[in-house]
Design a binder for this molecule. Sequence first.
Ligand SMILES: [Fe+2]
Length: 324
Amino acid sequence: MPRAFFKYIDSTDKTRPRDLVRPDDTVFRIAQLTDIHLPGEVELTTRLRDLMSTQRSLENISHELSAISNELGHHYRKNRRLYTNLLKKTLIGLRRLGVDHLVITGDLVHCGLATEFLDVRGALEVTGWWGEDKLTVVPGNHDRFNLYEKVKGESMESFFSVVTPRQPRFKVLPSGVALLEIDSNRDPVDDRHHLERWLPNTVGRIYPEALDWIEGHRAGVEGMRLVTLIHHHITSDWYPRRASTLGGLMEPADGVDDLLSAIELVDPYSVILHGHKHDIMPVDYSYKTHQLGAPGGFAESLRLNLIDFDTHGQHILTQVQLRV
Ligand SMILES: [Fe+2]
């Protein structure tokens, strides 16, 4: 039974049985996992000390470093093996839930190191989730930013098939559902944010080239239900506004309204799944005509979303939590 793995939290359909068994009228079931932040072996303090020695300017902003420690710190940093096992349990549980396709909306890893990517990939492979037809991943800022640059990095592309900031991708799934994969990170080569020299924590950005690409390719997914996947959040009224929020860095992605205009030509009611902010979004939250989904940082909340499409193309979003 799925309930042995997961606990029901809430659903957009309050009448739905809480046993989490895949409903008979579901033709396609997507699971969303986000912000896994699989920890690297490099201690954060080491990284910060290195930065302090090379970046004089950091002395002037040391008070801000404490403000961002929550973002950089990692609950499970010292419990890498335990955390990887929780991830594997989740992935096995998703098979019991009858999930057809798994999406991960970024920040799979914490430091952007090869060993971390290999661990996540290994967990997906041994639990049967590896493959284009079963898995879709979009990059988060931690996947794109090597937190420990003294260790030679390999880009995420060495381990996962992912899109780039200026070129998204449509993936057609069975049962009239299509995914739009967006890389909402700033281009790390041509358009690096000045703060990214020392912070892996950026405002997302939607590039005009990405919008052009959507316009040029939308005929291929015409008439389908669209699920848009993006790492950065697109609204700011669903999470607590904390004083520690560093000037602008955790604001919604730039260019969101243009992105909405582009996707609405495909599906005016496109579901939008994202992560980045580790707060848990209420299941009934929507923005304009769009249902949004963000189940919180997995390391902190161990939650995920299920999105069930029925024969009429209607969707139900249900949030569940791993039992530990
Ligand atoms: Fe992020």
